[in-house]
Design a protein around this ligand. Structure first.
Ligand SMILES: CC(C)(COP(=O)(O)OP(=O)(O)OC[C@H]1O[C@@H](n2cnc3c(N)ncnc32)[C@H](O)[C@@H]1O)[C@@H](O)C(=O)NCCC(=O)NCCS
Ligand SMILES: Nc1ncnc2c1ncn2[C@@H]1O[C@H](COP(=O)(O)OP(=O)(O)OP(=O)(O)O)[C@@H](O)[C@H]1O
Length: 234
């Protein structure tokens, strides 16, 4: 199985690119969705986070006030590290579970949309790594427009992540998303054909069909050797 890593900076356009993959029948594992589940009221992650951050981060209905928690962690690196540490086991096991489900279904190519792919050192499990890059002014503008946030909040969120230029330098494929959605669609078509090229042997053996072929090969090998032994001892 080929596990494509999709990452970038906040509001650089990862979700937009991941929906293009989805429209082309390539399944997505979305770490933001898994992280949201990990903070759902009553979950293990929720309990740990509330125990550490206190009930002040809750809304009246008991759900986490994400805007409030976001303001706290994106303006304080130590609080952010604490939140990351508390949620990391739930997020990584959630990612593993989603990958396993797709493996069982026999998918050959999947995309892991993980904003903190490099920061969480998950990059070593994915190849190729696609980084969605935008120039800093466009990133700030799109983030403020999308989240209806102040410049200060937006800048805090951007600086909570590894620099987008550093991510770009570690990518196998870069999508420059500074232009229009039409430009993005054109670049995406090139990327899609790269991502869909035939699997390498390693990727094939890591897929469900490859693993089953290997298992079948071993079983047949054992049967042939046993038959040969039985025949030669006559
Ligand atoms: C702090 C929280 C509650 C804010 O929620 P909110 O709904 O405002 O933002 P959302 O979850 O949609 O995240 C938006 C983007 O913020 C960035 N981001 C999220 N968490 C982090 C983090 N810990 N460090 C740096 N950037 C982050 C990502 O680019 C993400 O795509 C939430 O982001 C959270 O629980 N973060 C910790 C979990 C995590 O690490 N998520 C990223 C998955 S790899
Ligand atoms: N090429 C583009 N032209 C104009 N707007 C765009 C373009 N690409 C993305 N956008 C818009 O920019 C915003 C950020 O994009 P998107 O939500 O895909 O980013 P993201 O990287 O997934 O963000 P996050 O890290 O917060 O999950 C969205 O409002 C999206 O509609």
């Amino acid at each position: 199985m080929r596990m494509v890593g999709l990452t970038g900076g906040i509001a650089s356009g990862k979700s937009t690119v991941s929906s293009l993959f989805n429209h082309n029948s390539i399944p997505i594992v979305d770490a933001d969705v898994i992280a949201r589940d990990a903070l759902k009221k009553g979950s293990g992650g929720y309990k740990k986070v509330v125990a550490e951050f206190g009930p002040d981060i809750l809304q009246d209905d008991g759900h986490v006030d994400r805007l409030k928690l976001g303001r706290i962690v994106f303006s304080d690196a130590s609080k952010r590290q604490l939140l990351n540490r508390l949620l990391a086991p739930y997020i990584s096991s959630g990612i593993f579970l989603e990958i396993s489900k797709l493996w069982i279904k026999g998918h050959k190519v999947i995309v892991l949309d993980i904003p903190l792919l490099f920061e969480a050192k998950l990059d070593k499990w994915t190849k190729p790594i696609v980084v969605v890059w935008v120039d800093p002014e466009t990133q700030l503008r799109r983030l403020m427009e999308r989240d209806n946030s102040t410049e200060e909040d937006a800048r805090n969120r951007i600086s909570a992540q590894m620099s987008l230029d550093l991510k770009k330098s570690q990518a196998n494929i870069v999508i420059d998303n500074t232009g229009s959605l039409q430009d993005l669609q054109e670049r995406f078509s090139e990327v899609l054909s790269e991502v869909k090229r035939p699997l390498t042997w390693t990727e094939f053996w890591l897929s469900r069909d490859g693993a089953l072929s290997a298992l079948l090969g071993v079983i047949m090998g054992v049967v042939v050797v046993k038959k040969f032994h039985a025949f030669s001892s006559l």
